[in-house]
Design a protein around this ligand. Structure first.
Ligand code: HEC
Length: 210
């Protein structure tokens, strides 16, 4: 064979090797043919395969987000919690359904409650409603978010249950925070909102309100 022919052949061989290895599976098949097994035959998980099913009777960690007591981390069960609030929908919040507005606030507005409420409020609510709740200074507004004050007479006139419902389910442009703020924490936020609105007395804020 001429020298030119040999080079051409070498190039063809190289090209087909690149093609074959890029394809991967044909090369695998070839190697499986030679060695009797392929690396594809192994005990690995398929994408999205659930390696282990949840045991019978287990409850999702954030289910309903109802911790047993004030200050407890939620572990899915509501034992010990009196008067578990019934499930309701965003439509119920919108329609001010009885199940939402008549919900009683079980958490007293102590200074601990207000401290906790403030911490959560600044973390979750202030971006849109502003640290004062007036909807003026929330930094989401810089991104074009519509301002919404919660210290108006109208919003101050709502029941604690309605405010709780807004946090739990959200409405319209306001996202739901029920999965991030647990049952008692929602009430702490409600207590704090009441202070911002001037409905509850600020003196309870003494000793940690900064
Ligand atoms: C992403 C922005 C955003 C965040 C964060 C947010 N809100 Fe809102 N909020 C809104 C908007 C928008 C509305 C008006 C909703 C509508 O028009 O239906 C609203 C309305 C409200 C109202 C008035 C309800 C009514 O019936 O008029 C309350 C109370 C409220 N929010 C409380 C909160 C609390 C408490 C938090 C924190 C847990 C919070 N919001 C977090 C955007 C937000």
């Amino acid at each position: 064979m001429s020298r030119r022919g040999t080079t051409l052949l070498a190039r063809l061989a190289l090209a087909s090797l690149i093609l074959v290895s890029a394809g991967c599976t044909p090369l695998d098949d070839l190697l499986a043919g030679v060695f009797g097994r392929s690396m594809r035959d192994q005990a690995s998980f398929d994408p999205y395969e659930d390696p282990l099913n949840a045991p019978d009777g287990s409850v999702p960690f954030a289910s309903a987000n109802l911790p047993a007591r004030v200050g407890d981390v939620n572990v899915g069960q509501a034992e010990g919690l009196q008067d578990v609030p019934p499930p309701y929908t965003t439509m119920d919040v919108l329609n001010e359904a009885e199940v939402v507005v008549s919900l009683e606030n079980p958490v007293e507005a102590t200074s601990e409650s207000l401290d906790r409420g403030q911490e959560l409020f600044l973390r979750f609510c202030a971006p849109c409603h502003g640290p004062a709740g007036d909807g003026v200074s929330g930094y989401m507004l810089l991104a074009g978010y519509p301002p919404y004050s919660m210290i108006t007479e109208r919003v101050s006139g709502f029941t604690d249950g309605h405010l709780y419902g807004m946090i739990r389910m959200g409405r319209g442009n306001m996202p739901a925070y029920g999965h991030r703020i647990s049952h008692f924490d929602r009430w702490h936020v409600v207590n704090y909102v009441r202070v911002l609105q001037g409905v509850a007395s600020p003196p309870a804020m003494e000793g940690g309100g900064e």
